[in-house]
Design a protein around this ligand. Sequence first.
Ligand SMILES: [Zn+2]
Length: 104
Amino acid sequence: MGYSAWEIQLVINFSLCVYCLTSGVVMTIDHVIPRSKLTVPHGLANAVVACEPCNKAKAAVMPSKWCDAAQLARVREFVACDGNPTKLRSLDLKFRNQKAQTNL
Ligand SMILES: [Zn+2]
């Protein structure tokens, strides 16, 4: 899909979809603010790991219009990792535990 090295690092260090918490499927990089609405270059502040169905469903919709509160909170936590592998792996674990507890 033509991802850059820093985007590939996100997928290597984080294995869940931030939107639906699914894992074990091919992950993509979602532009939180859609490409068409971005006023600054796409970077770590605008990229999250998402499954293909969520990425396609969200498409060019703004996160505030597509995400529920829990999803928005996860997006913020993901972006706050700033691509740091240790932080991403620890957030991955946190979300896995949340998923297990809510039995999604
Ligand atoms: Zn998803």
